[in-house]
Design a protein around this ligand. Sequence first.
Ligand SMILES: Cc1cc2nc3c(=O)[nH]c(=O)nc-3n(C[C@H](O)[C@H](O)[C@H](O)COP(=O)(O)OP(=O)(O)OC[C@H]3O[C@@H](n4cnc5c(N)ncnc54)[C@H](O)[C@@H]3O)c2cc1C
Length: 405
Amino acid sequence: MDFAPSEEIQQFLGHVNKYIEKELCPLEEDFKHMSWTEIEATLKPLREANKARGWWLPQIETEHGGMGLSVTDHGLLCAELGRTPFGMYVMNAQAPDAGNIEILIQHGTEEQKARYLQPLLDGEIRSCFSMTEPEHAGSNPIHMSTRAERDGDHWVINGHKWFSSSADGAEFLIVMAVTDHSPDANPYTRASMIIVPADTPGFKIERNISVMGHVGDGYASHAEVYYDNVRVPITNTLGAEGGAFIIAQDRLGPGRIHHCMRWMGICERCFDIMCNHVAMRELAPGKTLATRQFVQGWIAESRAEINAARLMVLHAAWKIDTVGKEHAREEIGIIKFYCANVMGRVIDRALQSLGAAGMTDDFPIAAYYRHERAGRIYDGPDEVHKVSVARQILKRYAADVAPVG
Ligand SMILES: Cc1cc2nc3c(=O)[nH]c(=O)nc-3n(C[C@H](O)[C@H](O)[C@H](O)COP(=O)(O)OP(=O)(O)OC[C@H]3O[C@@H](n4cnc5c(N)ncnc54)[C@H](O)[C@@H]3O)c2cc1C
């Protein structure tokens, strides 16, 4: 097992590290007072410059205009980009577009690729993935109310979704809807993915949901949306009819590496801030916080947990690269809950170490504390992944894993 990047990748990561430090982190102060529309305008020239020098779509094959990095190398890059909230965005590697690009490449028709994929690859438009519904447990999305009914060569979609991230300003949404309405339909094959252009009559953004005190706008928002007799051609079906769950799974494997390594970048940023702070903050003349064993414990535990989490992710990435994602399900499940919790603990210790300053927006820690708590919920809550991992393991022991009752 060897996660060491090639000389070329190592050099690239070094350049990116300096770029983040010099070009992106200094923008954060101004961005605190800007709407997404203003931030987007500031980032546009940076994106164009990155595209021109080939720092673009790192995870996508070169034939589609990307850098063609392996999952492991892309993971290492995400750990650099994650050190600032806009790192992924300036290389067009941000969720939810990254996942939508992947499924459009894998499942899109030529027409869909020309109309929806190409402008996404070019960074000209944004997109949204619209699956979760307020009325149903998103942890078990076989239960959903959104329906698409055939009317000639069109689907007519009716439904209510929320946490449709970045729907505000998106050019199109990939919507998950039940398309097989027969009473004995298999729950795992009765739903399809359908592409809905955001300007289709009947599609409505009800509101951007206030999350942890922030409504947000544009890319940085989570919308509640309605589909009210939305008509789109049957040819907007992405992949096979009834294939929604397979496609949703395709979206999640390599995407988890991206999220987990981005979280490692956040951990490193918070860890640095904590260490710098405790090294200079004096409790009494000449006696810094760094002299206290409690604080030393935070440092040692954080370092150990970040190292462990990072190696786990790299191992999962290496497995995807070498034997394929279908053989790395257990590892992918483990990193999702493990890394999200490590991140939560590291952010929390960093915040605590700064005292009142940690609560302010003078440091990025408070924003991370607010935003990143969701990592334990989206793309499957902790508990769902733990249950799934435990079941995979227990099956090897021939255990009966059926839920009690
Ligand atoms: C910031 C953010 C962004 C998101 N972006 C998107 C997006 O772009 N598109 C989209 O479609 N959705 C998105 N989501 C929704 C997300 O996918 C769901 O929140 C998630 O799937 C959980 O579903 P739920 O919220 O309905 O919780 P529920 O399914 O109702 O679960 C509630 C809680 O119950 C517990 N639980 C659930 N299942 C089990 C179990 N089997 N055993 C034990 N305990 C369990 C968990 O603790 C869970 O947190 C986003 C969510 C957040 C917070």
